[in-house]
Design a protein around this ligand. Sequence first.
Ligand code: CDP
Length: 275
Amino acid sequence: MGGAKTDIKLIDENGLRFDGRKPDELRPIRIEANVLKRADGSAYLEWGGNKVIAAVYGPRECHPRHMQDPLRAVVQAKYNMASFSVSDRKRPGPDRRSQEISKIISEAFEHVIFTHLFPRTSIDVYMEVLQADAGTRCAALTAASVALADAGIPMRDLVSSCAAGKVQDTIVLDLRKEEDNFGEADMPLGIVPRTGEIVLLQMDGDLTLEEFNKTMSLATEACHKIYELQKDALRRKYGVTDDEDVQESVDAVAESVPDRQEEAEEAFEDEQEES
Ligand code: CDP
């Protein structure tokens, strides 16, 4: 990003991209919920050349025990790239990049999950990238969000994610590998569509303020489209056909979940006094 030179014409004379897309066009996305038998919730997602599977377990007893939080569930997201997912074999196991992505995804979900309902537990979210073509953190976050809903984890809303950036002086949506490698900027965004809150924002490269605003609005608009695809995947799986029904049940969960924060804190204080 930002420096590598290429002879590839990433934007042609008609303003179209390397793969024929317009600057504000997403790659094709397909999401399927509930694809794994053993997990509490799961999802499979194809997004252009990306293929990601997400599996959710929990809330379950938190291990290692020292990670337990007496007031809330901890969200442990684990992003992993398969060795065969990239053109050069990726060395198996955790590396700095996957640890960073796991951390930011855990933090994004901590903002939407009602963690205070499940003290001392862990909600484990596994994301396996089977094939990578740039934008895998957005793809993993989007898939994992559907898997969490499939697991029945109470949340304020789904998280939807998409990147936008700058390629050969043009602001473009949803960069693919060549654009990511030879472009000037890439900015992954994750939002809570119902409220517009930002739960993930990173940037690789440079943008002026004006370019940043344009990139933000492109990515935000795309997140709302992806939100519809996520809900659609859940609707197809659970046979709900009416969009209003889905929105109603999302609203009902959000309103009916009691705020047990105070209750949990009092229980914790009592316990401290006793010991
Ligand atoms: O995938 P994402 O855009 O979220 O993260 P990145 O660190 O910007 O990586 C961009 C792309 O580079 C990945 O999607 C992969 O296609 C590729 N990559 C790779 O080929 N080998 C790696 N070890 C890491 C990334």
